[in-house]
Design a protein around this ligand. Structure first.
Ligand code: PXG
Length: 460
């Protein structure tokens, strides 16, 4: 491996310095410092190498974002050329630039006709911060300023900033001083865990009807929008039953509540469609985007608006009092443009839909369909979750499912594959450029990790 001299330091040296300066995400920092983080050095395609030279197949696309995989020279070239040309300018005070204009042209050529405008941000969290302000502004402009309340879902994830974490339904995040007024939550449509005796279809409808009940309780005249991920990502890669989204859409339309899809994980081909709401067959009013927009090569996000909303804001809204220094950053925009072009012109999204997606789902069924430890396999495209079950017939979950899933993830690292653990579910979301051979390797190494976990759990 060709490592620049200044990076060629001992792993312990990096870890010691890391412990001295960094607060990491979602971890007990003291415990992490004792153990030392893994130091990632290099990426190429689906593979990563750490500071010990160990190679991993990245089954999670970084954090669900490297759609094109690592080391794409066309993206680095796009960044370099834009930096040479115009490294920075902004979209304040009556200016714009070609990189952002061309990106938006391409973005809206990929989106359904129903959408017309975007507000760029640097992240998914910011997209959802902007969402709250934009939705409330929309209702002010159309003469219903009292419509302010946003409804989200328990166990939903919309980011880590104050308002985004309040929209989300992770209670442990709320407890860290993270709540804002005028946000309410309904239950998540997680049939395997909470469906009881109901069929998935009945449960899906029941969960959706909670939205209607909540709107009526709060007063439809006060409710601005409902936000949800088309499938829950960070909460466990949970697909709602098929009955869920049509009913949610009906309720939002009936009570004039904006339907806001958080496409930060689902967007840009993950499901085999360009956007996850297309897979699930509903039509949101807004889309929060980030991650796959740039394949993670640079930070960029955005809030996409329907024509109906954009028309009101543009034609009747006056000054839109919002802007970020880096909204529509030229280098991020140039990278996003190159990324979307590659996803389109190399037929990658189509390949996920027609070939690699069905292939991954098929081999997962073959390997885990009758596995004693796995109660449910959910997924589509290059996206899947394996649900641990103590008793598959009764859907009984392990009391220590969190520990087992973490253990499974650790076994995965030992075997050279990165998969994500959530409560009792193991998740995979490899780069969209994955070949069948790489998917075989992903599933085989995951099988070894799950089998090793099953032995600990007394299931093998
Ligand atoms: N919405 C959704 C649906 C997300 O998944 C965000 C918003 C926030 O995006 P930013 O760019 O601000 O992080 C996310 C982020 C995980 C994991 O382990 C998931 C995310 C981030 C980090 C880890 O599943 N999603």
């Amino acid at each position: 491996m060709n490592v620049p001299a200044q990076l060629n330091r001992l792993t312990e040296d990096y870890q010691k310095s890391d412990a001295a300066h960094h607060i990491h995400a979602f971890v007990d920092q003291k415990a992490l410092n004792a153990e030392g983080p893994r130091v990632m050095m290099r990426g190429e395609g689906l593979y990563l190498w750490d500071s010990e030279g160990k190679r991993y197949l990245d089954g999670m696309s970084g954090l669900w974002c490297t759609q094109l995989g690592y080391g794409r020279r066309d993206l680095t070239a796009a960044a370099a050329s834009q930096m040479d040309q115009l490294a920075y300018y902004n979209m304040f005070f009556h200016t714009t630039h070609p990189a952002v204009i061309e990106l938006s042209e391409l973005l809206f050529s990929l989106l359904p006709d129903h959408y017309s405008h975007v507000i760029y941000t640097n992240s998914g969290s910011e997209a959802n911060e902007v969402l709250i302000r934009t939705v409330r502004r929309y209702w002010q402009v159309v003469g219903q300023p009292q419509k302010k309340i946003m409804i989200g879902r328990w166990n939903g994830y919309h980011g880590s900033t104050l308002a985004a974490s309040a929209l989300g339904g992770m209670k442990f995040m709320h407890e860290m001083g993270g709540l804002i007024p005028d946000v309410a939550h309904i239950d998540e449509p997680y049939w395997y865990a909470h469906g009881g005796e109901l069929t998935p279809a009945e449960f899906g409808r029941r969960c959706a009807l909670q939205l209607e009940e909540k709107i009526l309780e709060l007063g439809a005249e006060n409710v601005a929008g409902f936000i949800a991920e088309p499938f829950q990502g960070a909460g466990g890669m949970i697909f709602p039953p098929e009955s869920y989204w049509p009913e949610i859409q009906r309720i939002c339309r009936q009570y004039d509540v904006l339907l806001c899809a958080d496409e930060v994980i689902g967007g840009f081909g993950r499901t085999g469609e360009w956007f996850a709401h297309q897979h699930f067959g509903f039509e949101p009013d807004t889309l929060s985007i980030a991650k796959g927009l740039t394949s993670g090569y640079l930070p960029m996000g955005g809030l996409v608006l329907s024509k109906r909303m954009a028309d009101a804001l543009v034609e009747h809204g006056g000054v839109f009092a919002h802007g970020l220094t880096y909204s529509g950053h030229p280098v991020a925009a140039a990278v996003a443009l190159a990324n979307l072009k590659a996803l389109r012109d190399e037929g990658i999204v189509r390949q996920v839909k027609d070939d690699t997606g069905p292939y991954l789902q098929k081999i997962l069924q073959e390997v885990f369909g009758h596995h004693p430890m796995i109660g449910e396999i959910q997924g589509t495209g290059l996206l899947a979750a394996l649900q641990f079950a103590e008793d598959k017939t009764t859907r009984k979950r392990f009391e220590n499912e969190n520990d087992l899933a973490w253990q499974c993830r650790t076994f995965g690292f030992e075997e050279g594959v990165i998969i994500r653990s959530t409560l009792g579910r193991m998740i995979m979301a490899p780069a969209l450029v994955a070949t069948r051979a790489e998917l075989d390797e992903l599933v085989e190494k995951t099988r070894i990790a799950v089998d090793r976990t099953a032995r600990i759990a007394g299931k093998r």
